[in-house]
Design a protein around this ligand. Structure first.
Ligand SMILES: Cc1cc2nc3c(=O)[nH]c(=O)nc-3n(C[C@H](O)[C@H](O)[C@H](O)COP(=O)(O)OP(=O)(O)OC[C@H]3O[C@@H](n4cnc5c(N)ncnc54)[C@H](O)[C@@H]3O)c2cc1C
Length: 387
């Protein structure tokens, strides 16, 4: 066990940090205000190789691993949640899942194009009546000869308006509940696919989210993920176990971004004749923010390192990292707001935007309650998390 990052990871972290500072920070507040998706920035991130860390070189990645992925995600998330979303759309929820479960043809067709951001991906699990209860989804795929006819709708889909490819979960046999679900690689530019308008939301406004509708969409049988029916729920849970690592790293990043802003402000702002950073109660707040963020970072890195060592189904450690890092981000946001006072409430300062971003990880990719259930069921011995 080591607490030092390798030379390679430090190099990719520094490249991501520089990119975030030079290419994201100068424009992101305006893009958020105007609800503009910075597609050119996502394409550049792909061209730079930021999405390719946990992907082998043969499929367009850098093979630097999950820890590198977490570190890079954290750097981008420090300045923008909207752009951190891309690490799941291009890598963990799509490319990585195809790599783990796809056929050789599917890997060759999609993985490198996703990680290079030549095409944009999305993940279609959630439906109007299927949120935490993934098994209750209603989208159907019926086999007709050498293709499936896909019908149904998805909601809250990140990149719904811009994605080229969707990894869409649907029932091929609804009578078998979890065992009847399958996953499909769907070309979103074809007949029968339509997209709703972007949802108005609290944060991530530079990242479009919305509905996808499928009306008898023809999906070739070779686009059934892994070319196997009935494994969709298993793929979905394995995919979430990867996307939750990105969410944890994103939560650590937003916490760090808030801490950086709070420190800068505490040193500049003077009251009662001295910088507010000299007051013990401000120091206490800051100390808690720093320590909790560091603890969340260590849990996130451990989870990433386990995956690098081949323990991909580490649902317990992933749930713990994601649950804890998300809660910490929310608390750190409260602390940063207290330290900045009125200026924390102002849209002129990044804390207001980062605070809105810090609330999201508790909902996405498995709510806090769902993750606590996984952790407690394991602790009580009712259901092992790492199966
Ligand atoms: C900005 C944004 C982007 C998103 N992007 C995507 C995407 O790209 N693809 C996608 O498929 N989905 C996406 N989602 C959907 C997201 O994954 C869901 O919001 C999440 O799974 C929770 O579902 P829900 O919001 O319907 O909440 P619900 O499941 O309705 O839960 C509401 C509350 O009830 C609690 N609850 C539910 N069941 C239990 C239980 N058994 N025990 C205790 N408490 C429980 C939850 O913890 C929560 O607090 C996105 C959501 C947002 C906000």
């Amino acid at each position: 066990m080591t607490f030092e990052l390798s030379e390679e990871i430090l190099a990719v972290r520094d490249a991501a940090r520089k990119f975030a500072r030079n290419e994201v920070l100068p424009r992101i507040a305006e893009d958020e205000r105007n609800h503009v998706f910075p597609e050119d920035v996502v394409r550049k991130m792909g061209a730079m190789g930021l999405f390719g860390c946990p992907i082998p070189e043969t499929y367009g990645g850098s093979d630097l691993g999950f820890l590198a992925h977490a570190v890079v995600t954290e750097e981008i998330s420090k300045v923008s949640g909207s752009l951190r979303a891309a690490f799941n759309m291009q890598t963990m929820g799509t490319a990585r899942e195809i790599l783990q479960f796809g056929t050789e043809d599917q890997k060759e067709a999609y993985v490198s194009r996703l990680v290079n951001a030549e095409i944009l991906g999305c993940i279609g699990i959630t439906e109007p009546n299927a949120g935490s209860d993934v098994g209750s989804l209603k989208t159907r795929a019926e086999k007709k000869g050498d293709r499936y006819l896909l019908s149904g709708s998805k909601t809250w889909i990140t990149y719904a308006q811009v994605a080229d490819l969707g990894l869409i979960y649907a029932y091929t046999d609804p009578t078998r509940r979890y065992k009847g679900m399958s996953a499909f690689l769907v070309d979103l530019h074809q007949d029968g696919v339509s997209r709703g308008p972007a949802v108005q939301k609290l944060g991530w406004n530079a990242c479009p989210t919305g509905e996808l509708f499928f009306d008898q969409v023809e999906v070739p049988a070779e686009n059934l993920l892994g070319c196997e029916e009935g494994r969709g729920f298993e793929f979905c849970m394995a995919g979430l176990n990867n996307t939750r690592l990105t969410a944890a790293a994103g939560a650590v990043g937003v916490s760090q971004g808030l801490i950086d802003e709070a420190i800068k402000y505490a040193k500049e702002r003077e009251q009662f004749g001295k910088p507010i950073g000299r007051f013990q109660m401000v120091q206490e707040e800051l100390a808690r923010m720093v320590v909790e963020t560091e603890a969340a970072r260590l849990m996130t890195y451990r989870c990433a390192m386990q995956k690098d060592e081949g323990l991909l189904h580490n649902a317990l450690e992933t749930s713990m990292a994601k649950y804890y890092a998300s809660d910490v981000a929310s608390r750190v946001a409260d602390g940063a707001l207290r330290i900045l006072g009125a200026y924390g409430y102002s849209s002129e300062y990044p804390v207001e935007r980062l605070l809105r971003e810090a609330k999201l990880p508790q909902i996405l990719e498995g709510s806090a309650n769902i993750l606590k259930m996984v952790i407690a069921m394991d602790a009580l011995g009712y259901r092992k998390a790492n199966r």
